[in-house]
Design a protein around this ligand. Structure first.
Ligand code: NAD
Length: 478
């Protein structure tokens, strides 16, 4: 299947940047250059911002029911095109086709959920203190949005930002990943083909810092949404703060997974292996620090290592592949550094640790046991296929280790005791806690972090809140 070059989508047209510059795209499974993406200039961004402002006034006045019809139509188109978009996603990002298909299906789910929710953005009436006075609260779209999305889920991160923003009545300029651009463009195409009015959705690529600085400062833009690393999130939040613009920040994590001695160890290990190595570990909500009760430590490590070693690593296009390459060589280099540093500081390499094949950014699924907080990988978000296992005797120790880091995105626990589950629900500093299964990231459930993992939500009722202003109106009749 041919991989097409990606253009910008500005003011209703697919176009090159005004200076005709492009960025090359590589297949991480083969290192081959497979295409190019257009690079936007400041002049292109100004055109996009003017178009977004104009389109906002059209879209906010479009009845929510009609906005929903467009979103639902786009979801249908994504389902019709699922196989070809998934193929493109695997080519440019590396993940196995099965995961790519699930990602595109989740984009359709997000649009369908938002299509319905847009009809339920209720206000309220407040009883007044005086006769003849009406008091009511309305929720109005915040305005044109600048959305910045990363390369790990390059399609679904775009859909997760577009769906609630569009349902709320906002126009959106997406700056998607320059490294993985084509599947993001396919999400925009589905909305265009569904008939979304000109300027309501636009797409830019270029130099991330130049685009974010320009759009955040631009008077037309009223809201910033970012998914990516904590340092970049802090930088964009600071820029937005200078402009008093609202932000949603979905940042990194370092997920604790706590396994109690009363858990079903074999099924906990199997589920956690699938969660850990999904997308080659490049998932912000991945389980990462595995804390296992010392009574079942060896049993868990053995089961976890066995399942890890059985994973088939290869080109995501091969039907048997269960884990693809890392999406870029930056992650590969960090993988090597994390493993070396941890081993030098006393971690026990249980399996993996090496690169694989002569071409592509492949690394083995890796398990490090006997880890401790002195190791770099126990502090920085690994964002690669490394599982870190340590033991605990007392649940307070596990909670202290889980809460030690400034991250607070997803947490996991396996236990048959409701008392243990309740203890964790009350004490783990995470935005999402999944107990005895991997149950996160549905369109109808909130997705977001606490502490340095950010604020705001990318799912559930809370996702549209981020794109709405609350306004109070009071009217005294003559
Ligand atoms: P990075 O911090 O340079 O970039 C992260 C993402 O932010 C990329 O998509 C990049 O294009 C974008 N970005 C960077 N600078 C930007 C700017 N000034 N304005 C707008 N966007 C900008 O790191 P990276 O090597 O690309 O990714 C690795 C790190 O990013 C990981 O450690 C992980 O913590 C984090 N990350 C998190 C998520 C997530 O889902 N929360 C997704 C991708 C990456």
């Amino acid at each position: 299947m041919k991989y097409e070059n990606t253009l910008l989508f500005i003011d209703g047209e697919w176009c090159s940047g005004s200076e005709k510059q492009t960025i090359p795209i590589f297949n991480p499974a083969t290192d081959e250059e497979i295409g190019h993406v257009a690079k936007a200039t400041v002049a292109d961004l100004d055109r996009a911002a003017a178009s977004a402002e104009k389109a906002f006034h059209v879209w906010r006045r479009t009845p929510a029911v009609e906005r929903g019809v467009t979103l639902r139509k786009a979801a249908g188109l994504l389902r019709d095109r699922l196989e070809s978009i998934a193929h493109v996603l695997t080519l440019e990002q590396g993940k196995p086709l099965l995961e790519a298909r699930a990602e595109i299906a989740s984009c359709a789910d997000a649009f369908e959920w938002a299509a319905e929710e847009g009809r339920r953005l209720y206000g309220r009436v407040i009883p007044s203190r005086a006769a003849g006075v009406a008091q009511y609260v309305v929720r109005a779209p915040v305005g044109p949005v600048a959305a910045f999305t990363p390369w790990n889920f390059p399609a679904s991160q775009v859909a997760k930002k577009l769906a609630p923003a569009l349902a709320a009545g906002c126009s959106v300029i997406v700056k998607a990943s320059e490294e993985v651009p084509r599947s993001a463009a396919a999400i925009i195409t589905s909305l265009v083909d569904a008939g979304i009015p000109t300027g309501v959705v636009q797409l830019a690529y270029g130099t991330p810092d130049e685009i974010s600085r320009h759009l955040i400062a631009h008077p037309a833009i009223r809201k910033i949404s970012f998914t990516g690393s904590v340092p970049v999130g802090k930088h964009l939040a600071a820029l937005s703060g200078e402009q008093m613009k609202r932000t949603t920040m979905e940042l990194g994590g370092h997920g604790p997974a706590i396994v109690f001695k009363d858990a079903d160890i074999s099924s906990a290990a199997a589920l956690l292996v699938s969660g850990k190595y999904r997308n080659a570990g490049q998932t912000c909500a991945a389980p990462t620090r595995f804390m296992v009760h010392n009574d079942v430590y060896h049993e868990f490590v053995a089961a976890f290592v066995e399942k890890t070693q059985s994973l088939v690593v290869g080109n995501g296009l091969d039907a048997t592949t269960q884990m693809g390459p890392l999406a870029n060589e930056r992650r590969g280099k960090l993988f090597d550094q994390f493993v070396d540093d941890a081993r030098q500081r006393g971690a026990k390499l249980m399996c993996g640790g090496e690169s694989l094949f002569t071409r592509g950014t492949f690394r083995q699924p890796t398990v490090l046991a006997n880890v401790d907080p002195s190791m770099r990988v126990m502090n920085d978000e690994p964002f690669c296929p490394i599982a870190l296992i340590s033991g605990f005797d007392n649940p307070n120790e596990a909670v202290a280790e889980a809460n030690r880091l400034p991250f607070g995105l997803a947490g996991y626990a396996f236990t048959e005791s409701s008392a243990n589950a309740q203890f964790l629900a009350e004490n783990l500093e995470v935005g999402m806690l999944s107990i005895n299964h991997l149950g996160l990231a549905l369109p109808e459930t909130p997705f977001g972090g606490v502490k340095e993992s950010g604020y705001g939500s990318e799912g559930g009722l809370e996702s549209t809140e981020g794109y709405l202003n609350t306004r109070f109106i009071t009217n005294k009749a003559y």
